[in-house]
Design a protein around this ligand. Structure first.
Ligand SMILES: CC(C)(COP(=O)(O)OP(=O)(O)OC[C@H]1O[C@@H](n2cnc3c(N)ncnc32)[C@H](O)[C@@H]1OP(=O)(O)O)[C@@H](O)C(=O)NCCC(=O)NCCS
Length: 374
């Protein structure tokens, strides 16, 4: 029998965070054939952040650990002071600003050599216990799949929306065995950089020709300027209510200026932000927003975050305009960037059309899985 103990990895346990990072590297190599992880510093920074939720990291460590009087906030002992082999991990978020019915963004991973021996089950059971004692009734997790001949050859499971599917691989079988249901499929698309010469300028000009009389775009690097904080908070809130979520029980988020400020400042600790908004010339209202993040540790793969246009301003090519402007700013500032991955609901035709025009191509599928507790 495999002997292991579940502990909580605190952000100050460097060896534990490094061991978790190694597991994560192995996972992304297994699924995608490349390292797509966040740096250890980013994981630490993420675990420390509390702007809208508590972030937990549980580890399954080999053997037993001495009883500790110092049980952590989830009722588990801390990771031992000296390194021990790590067999598996569960990272998750308990939202506190909204969506307090959820355990969000659960990511479970078990070392390939320790699978099918109950580690994943033990970690998940702990997460469900923590969910229940924290008053949460739904656990949300994601399964990742590369578009490749090997995954295409497997049976496919279609999203309840009817749009998008995931291959039924070992991870999917685990989630099904544990009572999770597929609630949505996101398409992972990749834009290979640099973009063809002149493409962004052409798309920018086309969009400006349609919208330029009524709108202007404003871009910057770094955090949202003070005068736009309230408006940007409104856009983040709109993103949470307007983007299609399939059967996922996401509820509208609560954003205010302070949350936007903290969100940006946290990200800026480990990278750079590039942001573009569209402003209505008539009212001065902020109509749309798009955000790119360039991690300091991996500037070759910038990350696309929120893109949203307020409902009352849709249909003027603002999405294409702000995205092409933001990408141009990023390419000019970070010539080492090699590609950007982005995730969109497979049923989100408008967003996907903009991304396709910019050169994004399907790269993977991500299943959104939900388990109701109780
Ligand atoms: C999914 C994962 C976490 C499962 O961890 P694990 O420790 O192997 O899981 P368990 O041993 O507790 O398995 C419990 C049950 O799930 C099912 N299961 C797990 N892996 C399976 C597989 N590859 N094929 C079919 N069924 C599987 C089985 O019913 C299993 O019970 P059994 O071994 O008695 O038949 C692990 O395979 C992994 O780390 N995958 C990569 C990370 C990932 O993609 N996670 C996705 C979820 S967030």
């Amino acid at each position: 029998m495999l002997e292991f103990t579940l502990v909580e990895a605190h952000p100050d346990s460097s060896w534990a965070l490094e061991a978790y990072h190694e597991l994560d590297v192995a996972h992304t190599l297994e699924v995608f054939g490349e390292d797509l992880t966040m740096s250890v510093d980013r994981v630490r920074n993420y675990l420390l952040s509390q702007e809208s939720g508590l972030h937990g990291l549980l580890l399954a460590v080999a053997g037993t650990v001495p009883a500790s009087e110092r049980l952590g906030r989830f009722g588990l002992p801390p990771a031992p002071e000296q390194p021990v082999p790590v067999l598996g991990a569960a990272q998750f978020t308990l939202p506190t600003a909204d969506n307090q019915h959820l355990v969000d963004d659960l990511f479970l991973t078990v070392a390939a050599t320790s699978r099918r021996r109950g580690v994943g089950t033990a970690l998940l059971d702990q997460v469900c216990r923590i969910a229940e004692v924290s008053g949460r009734d739904t656990v949300l997790t994601w399964s990742e799949h590369l578009l490749a001949p090997a995954t295409a050859a497997l049976p496919q499971l279609t999203a309840p929306t009817g749009s998008g599917s995931v291959p039924v691989d070992g991870n999917v079988r685990f989630l099904q065995a544990k009572g999770f249901e597929l609630a949505q499929v996101e398409r992972q698309s990749r834009l290979v950089l640099p973009t063809p010469s002149g493409l962004l300028e052409r798309l920018h000009a086309e969009a400006e020709a349609v919208a330029g009389r009524d709108y202007q775009v404003v871009s910057w690097r770094g955090e949202v300027p003070e005068e736009h904080l309230d408006a940007v908070a409104k856009l983040y809130q709109a993103m949470s209510s307007d983007a299609p979520v399939g059967d996922i029980d996401f509820r509208t988020e609560n954003w205010d200026a302070e949350r936007v400020r903290e969100h940006d400042r946290r990200l800026l600790l480990t990278g750079d932000l590039i942001q573009t908004i569209a402003l209505s010339r008539a009212s001065g209202e902020v109509a749309g927003l798009t955000v790119l993040f360039v991690p300091e540790a991996s500037p070759e793969r910038p990350e696309q975050y929120t893109t949203v246009v307020l409902e009352s301003h849709r249909g003027h090519r603002l999405g294409l305009w702000i995205k092409s402007a933001n990408l141009k700013l990023m390419e000019d500032g970070f010539p080492q960037a090699r590609y950007i991955d982005t995730w969109n609901a497979d049923e989100n035709g408008h967003m996907l059309a903009i991304n396709t025009a910019l050169g994004y191509r399907p790269h993977g599928a991500t299943g959104g899985w939900q388990r109701r507790l109780g």
